[in-house]
Ligand binder design. Structure first.
Ligand SMILES: *[C@@H]1O[C@H](CO)[C@@H](O)[C@H](O)[C@H]1NC(C)=O
Length: 250
């Protein structure tokens, strides 16, 4: 009896895992390279060379409008190992690893070969783990892209198109917010500039430089499920920014 229930659940889970992911929106996350690099941790430049002093893509992340406990019963019955091997490591606030954490879900270079030059410019790695930006894209694909209901080429092409359509570096510069070693800017002026420039309000994420000063690190824009248009964010992240933030040189 127990076995039959578990088997039934298994079958329905397999059906669910093959179906479209139900998420509500994407976070399109861009990072300021100066703020990535000047923390105590530091950074490394990719094999393709020092990136431009421009916001770079961190990721395009499917997200739920509300956190919830997915498949709680199935997980309890199957146990974590079996559960995760079937449905992947879906989290409570966003889906992730929708194809599981397997190598056969890795991104293949030929799938995005015509995008590689643009990705190297717009989505460079700054991690010291590897100078190969491809590993960054592949990680993002496995963790987030596999939950996007998009093919790899569309997933990366749409992220690039979003970045090109809303140039944060230019939008901020237009409001007098330019990289500087000493200047600080009010968070509200940064936020207002982005709202003016894109038509939508962003969530801002800050980190601290090696001296402990607050600086603009990442900008989260919300995007529709097709990854084509900005939308009003269904939820607002709590900002860790101080009232005044830096935008360090890179
Ligand atoms: C964004 O704008 C900046 C500043 O005007 C410029 O240097 C950069 O090349 C632009 N980026 C893209 C991807 O067009």
């Amino acid at each position: 009896m127990k076995l039959a229930i578990a088997f039934g659940l298994l079958l329905s889970l397999l059906a669910v895992s093959a179906a479209a992911e139900r998420f509500d929106f994407f976070y399109f996350v861009q990072q300021w390279p100066g703020s990535y690099c000047d923390t105590w941790r530091g950074c490394c430049f990719p094999d393709s060379g020092k990136p431009a002093a421009d916001f770079g893509i961190h990721g395009l992340w499917p997200n739920y409008a509300q956190c919830h406990g997915r498949y709680g019963l199935a997980r309890a019955v199957l146990g974590d190992d079996a559960f995760f091997s079937i449905v992947g490591r879906r989290g409570r606030c966003w889906p992730q690893y929708c194809g599981g954490d397997y190598d056969d879900n890795a991104l293949r270079p030929w799938e995005i070969r015509d995008l590689i030059a643009s990705l190297e410019r717009s989505w460079p790695t700054l991690s010291c783990k590897s100078g190969r930006s491809f590993e960054f894209w592949s990680y993002e694909w496995k963790k987030h892209g596999t939950c996007s209901n998009l093919e790899p080429h569309d997933y990366f092409a749409r992220a690039l198109a979003l970045k090109a359509a809303h140039n944060l570096t230019a939008i901020l510069a237009g409001a007098g917010i330019v990289p500087s070693a000493t200047e600080t800017y009010s968070v509200s002026s940064v936020s207002d500039a982005i709202t003016q420039g894109t038509g939508f309000t962003a969530n801002l994420d800050c980190n601290r430089d090696a001296d402990g000063e607050s600086q603009l690190y990442q900008v989260f824009m919300c995007v529709d499920r097709e990854a084509k248009r900005l939308i009003d964010c269904p939820l607002h992240k709590r900002s860790k920014c101080s009232d005044q933030v830096k935008l360090p040189l890179f």
